[in-house]
Design a protein around this ligand. Structure first.
Ligand SMILES: [Ca+2]
Ligand SMILES: [Ca+2]
Length: 94
């Protein structure tokens, strides 16, 4: 049986591909796919407004290699950053 962390990692991968495969490059998130992912999976963490400026900003921050799409590595950076922020939020009460 998978451990909790292993199944969390599988979920990360599955979620990425669920959105990245919708259009264009199957292994990258276009801006539209990124927006769908943020709205579909991270809506309680991120306030992604109807206008695309928030998504534009996130896209720019994430897109390390400046190819206009978010690949798996760039997506993991986002998830890791959010996880750190979340951990700080819930546990850092010092
Ligand atoms: Ca794609
Ligand atoms: Ca990129």
């Amino acid at each position: 049986m998978e451990s909790q962390l292993e199944s969390a990692m599988m979920t990360l991968i599955t979620v990425f591909h669920k959105y990245s495969g919708k259009e264009g490059d199957k292994y990258k998130l276009s801006k539209k796919e990124l927006k769908d992912l943020l709205q579909g999976e991270l809506s309680s963490f991120l306030e992604v407004q109807k206008d695309t400026s928030a998504v534009d900003k996130i896209m720019q921050d994430l897109d390390e290699d400046k190819d206009g799409e978010v690949d798996f590595q760039e997506y993991v950076v986002l998830v890791a950053a959010l996880t750190v922020a979340c951990n700080t939020f819930f546990w850092d009460d010092s």
